[in-house]
Design a protein around this ligand. Structure first.
Ligand SMILES: NC(=O)CC[C@H](N)C(=O)O
Length: 450
């Protein structure tokens, strides 16, 4: 090695952390070193493919009960800034990375990611061949796993993993909801947040938010579209919410198995038709469950910032942020209404077929009338959005607030405001000129290109 190369190596190498192990329930083992808190953490292992936004991922409450692998190989380079956090503290069980940067470089950085994880008690492992690990999860599916900095006995760890509880059937929401109601308005917007680029609209709507583990950027998006929020616990009775006479109710994202969150979807059932409703991710699943949908568990889920979704109403493709492992099946909501489904009488097996035909199909639901499929995932043909035609309600499986990810779908916050105004064309929005989505194209608040 040349002298210069030796010097460079010395300048960039970091002290090795304590040895750590990652063991999957199928017996796959990866050795690495600790880069967060010491300890032993069990959870369902999944991977996120975003290229940036690691703090938003780490603090997304929807990761409660999960061990997250980041596919981007160098993590921590720009440090951590509290304004980017999606919740007070991380809820994920552990973090797995290829390489953790101990010397962040950014004017916004307040501390290193490793220090943050250590302070928050999150176990983390680096030095893992994350490409091999992710290919393994893609081939064999998500499964239980453990990250340990305490036990070096692989056989013992494997036994413990196989005895650990499964994410399926467990209520994770109860651990990340709020204890009591609180309000959230424009005064709460963080100074350096993305939605600050579009000044918040005048507050016009009183909205109640069911907090199932809500991401802060979702609250910001609602405020940006003109809502004053009262955030309530996940199991607040619908009667209490209606007694507040809100203009609308929002059902939040949240962790774990939607089947285990009966206290929320039973409220959604009571609210549908009584007040305009909007749901994101778990909130979408809650609305679908209220209408009797069957829920599928995906092999390795959608977690990342580049998932293409086709809007069947406009034909446009949105590049979206996603984070879910479960998904309601559109076909289970009812029989097709042929006159609103391009004459079709049979459900398409692959929902992408509707995009090819230029049709947004409608089913007749026993409880709530007609429901339209509005959005479809172009990678795997899963359902991404529903709009109820006979009651004021719509929901999406993906994340219009991004955080992290592209902002193509910010317009859905505008759509909720338009739904509360009683507009039938509430979803018919040009994202190039929408106040929330369109700022990046140089449009003004009025929608004209400046
Ligand atoms: N981000 C979310 O709301 C996740 C929803 C649900 N817990 C799932 O994994 O499918």
């Amino acid at each position: 090695m040349s002298k210069i190369a030796e010097k460079m190596r010395a300048a960039t190498s970091k002290p090795a952390g304590a040895p750590a192990l990652l063991v999957l329930e199928d017996g796959t083992v990866f050795a690495g070193t600790s880069c967060g808190a010491p300890g032993e953490a069990f959870g369902e292992i999944c991977f996120n493919t975003s290229l940036e936004g690691y703090l938003e991922i780490v603090t997304d409450p929807s990761y409660a009960g999960q061990i997250v692998v980041l596919t981007y190989p160098q993590v921590g380079n720009y440090g951590v800034n509290a304004d980017d956090a999606q919740a007070e503290r991380p809820a994920l069980r552990a973090l797995v990375v290829r390489d953790m940067c101990p010397t962040p470089s950014s004017w916004r950085s307040q501390e290193s990611l490793g220090d943050y994880l250590a302070r928050e008690g999150v176990v983390a492992i680096e030095g893992v061949d994350t490409r091999a690990l992710v290919r393994h999860i893609r081939d064999y599916g998500v499964q239980r796993a453990v990250v340990s900095t305490e036990d070096t006995d692989v056989a013992a760890l494997l036994e413990k993993v196989r005895k650990s509880p499964s994410l399926v059937g467990e209520n994770q929401v109860v651990g990340v909801s709020c204890d009591g109601a609180y309000s959230y308005t424009a005064a709460n917007l963080p100074a350096s947040h993305g939605f600050a680029l579009a000044a918040p609209a005048e507050p016009r709507f009183k909205v109640v938010v069911y907090h199932c583990g809500v991401k802060r950027s979702i609250l910001d998006g609602l405020v940006a579209s003109g809502c004053e929020l009262t955030v309530v616990p996940w199991d607040t009775p619908a009667e209490e919410v209606l007694a507040m006479s809100p203009d609308g109710v929002f059902l939040s994202n949240g962790p774990g198995d939607p089947e285990a969150v009966g206290e929320t979807y039973r409220q959604a059932e009571k609210l549908l038709g009584k007040v305009p409703l909007f749901g994101i991710c778990l909130g979408h699943q809650m609305m679908a469950k209220a209408a009797g949908a069957e829920i599928d568990k995906l092999k390795f889920g959608h977690h990342g910032g580049n998932h293409p979704v086709q809007n069947l109403l406009t034909g446009r493709v949105e590049v979206t942020a996603q984070n879910h492992g479960f998904c309601p099946r559109f076909q289970s909501l009812g029989a097709l209404v042929p006159e609103l489904s391009g004459g079709a009488t049979e459900h398409a097996e692959d929902l992408r077929e509707w995009g090819r035909r230029g049709v947004a199909p409608v089913v007749a639901n026993e409880r709530f009338g007609r429901i339209r499929l509005t959005h479809v995932n172009l990678d795997d043909g899963t359902a991404e959005g529903f709009a109820f035609l006979d009651v004021p309600a719509f929901s999406v499986q993906y994340h219009p607030e991004a955080a992290p990810g592209p902002t193509d779908a910010h317009y859905l916050f505008t759509a909720f405001a338009r739904l509360m105004e009683g507009r039938e064309d509430y979803l018919d929005i040009d994202i190039a000129t929408d106040r929330l989505s369109g700022w990046k194209f140089g449009s003004t608040a009025e929608g004209e290109v400046a």
